[in-house]
Write a protein of this length. Structure first.
Length: 172
């Protein structure tokens, strides 16, 4: 069975992926506080950890947005291009960003706009795209608070279960 390699920031790092993706081998390469630029700077290190058949799942960009970063999609494009031409036999998928709640609601429209750009980017480059955002909002397009911790950015156990379920469905 192929290994699932998860790349991203604290949302990725804080997930217990071996437990969440039962029966799958996982490698968690998330780093708390990392931006898309930081992730781009460690691509060669990430490459050294990959093996043929890996299924790489990337989610990154929320730290850029919350720190007023303007180059999220540009950096994600550079990361996706790196994986697209990587001759290691890995499958690369970029995931949409998750919503935020509470004091961060002002960023929802920005996140939704970036998610549309990520979807176009993935299609243009011929890489996988997994849109997880819709599963974290209710019918009124408001974040489901029980999926988040008190800081309204990080995920609760329920939030991680929803995310893992989406990944499982995608990988099936």
């Amino acid at each position: 069975m192929s290994r699932v390699v998860l790349i991203g920031d604290s949302l990725t790092e804080f997930g217990n992926w071996d437990l969440l993706l039962k029966g799958r081998r996982t490698l968690n390469l998330g780093i708390a506080g990392e931006t898309t630029l930081g992730l781009h700077s460690r691509l060669n290190l990430i490459k050294s950890a990959l093996i043929s058949g890996d299924r790489v799942m990337l989610m990154s960009g929320i730290n850029d947005i919350l720190m007023d970063g303007q180059e999220v999609v540009y950096n994600l494009r550079r990361i996706a291009e790196f994986f697209r031409v990587l001759a290691l036999g890995v499958e690369f998928t970029i995931q949409s960003l998750l919503p935020v709640c509470g004091d961060f609601l002002e960023y929802l429209q920005v996140i939704k706009g970036i998610n549309k750009e990520i979807e176009v980017l993935a299609r243009d480059l011929g890489v996988g795209f997994l849109d997880v955002f819709p599963f974290f909002v209710d019918s009124s397009d408001r974040p489901i608070k029980s999926y988040f911790t008190d800081d309204c950015v990080h995920l609760s156990n329920d939030g991680y279960r929803v995310w893992a379920s989406r990944i499982e469905d995608y990988l099936a």
